[in-house]
Design a protein around this ligand. Structure first.
Ligand code: ZN
Length: 256
């Protein structure tokens, strides 16, 4: 079995749930669950986002190959500071994706304000992760079809793949656009099976979203009859490919 990569991890305090996740909790949870690398982003939060990004960058620099940052900047920001801060995250700190949280940022993915996210992601060659499910109508998975068509070079990751309730809609979006990837945290096991049949396991990645949910998400994939090769793709190869992870230097033993 290859090292597991968790593509959806938060650091800091959520303004919605009030949950705080610390660096120690992340490290302990990874150790306990055999996860070698985590992609870490801020929560939708009241804290200063660039401060949290700097903390994530610091975490990644102290644990090379174990943590990778994801930038979650507020799209209501003007274009210039938004682009400058995203560039700082990617070019200076090595972040591997941009996050749009239609509920946390209180914005539709179709808003003109979001175009700068997609344009900058295209220029920097990084995927855009979009929260889907909770917080409709802005979080409806189908709203990503139009941006995915407008930016065919950009990979769009639908975080939570519709969050159980809108899973079928997430599948429709992914079937419609090949550049849409599903990350089905919080979805039922049988809907994950449905995703594998509908779009193929190579367009699925594992994300935990909360440290206590990590063993649940890993077990979900292990309980739906996938082969070892399929599991290696979902847990490892797909994430590496989609996020262009520079994974050299991390061996299984170091990772675990
Ligand atoms: Zn999340």
């Amino acid at each position: 079995m290859l090292p597991i990569i968790d593509t959806h991890v938060h650091l800091g305090t959520s303004k919605f749930s009030g949950v705080t996740t610390t660096e120690t909790e992340l490290l302990e949870s990874m150790e306990r669950n055999g996860v070698a690398a985590s992609l870490v982003m801020p929560q939708p939060t009241l804290a200063n986002i660039q401060d949290i990004h700097a903390q994530i960058a610091d975490l990644a620099s102290r644990h090379p190959g174990k943590f990778y940052g994801i930038a979650s900047l507020d799209p209501w920001m003007e274009e210039e500071p938004y682009v400058l801060q995203l560039e700082q995250c990617v070019k200076e700190w090595g972040f591997v994706a941009a996050k749009l949280h239609p509920m946390g940022h209180n914005i539709s993915p179709l808003s003109d304000r979001c175009t700068k996210i997609y344009e900058t992601a295209k220029r920097l060659n990084i995927p855009v992760i979009v929260h889907t499910g909770l917080g409709t109508p802005f979080s409806l998975p189908a709203l990503l079809i139009e941006p995915a068509r407008r930016f065919p070079e950009v990979t769009f990751v639908l975080a939570h793949a519709g969050f159980a309730i809108y899973t079928d809609e997430a599948i429709v979006a992914a079937k419609t656009c090949e550049n849409i990837i599903l990350e089905p945290s919080w979805c039922q096991t049988y809907t994950v099976q449905k995703m594998v049949s509908a779009i193929g396991h190579q367009r699925l990645i594992m994300g935990s979203d909360h440290v206590t949910n990590l063993p649940v998400e890993i077990m979900k994939y292990r309980s739906i009859g996938l082969s070892e090769e399929q599991l290696d793709d979902i847990f490892h190869h797909n994430a590496k490919r989609i996020f262009n992870l520079n994974y050299e230097g991390v061996t299984i033993s170091e990772g675990l």
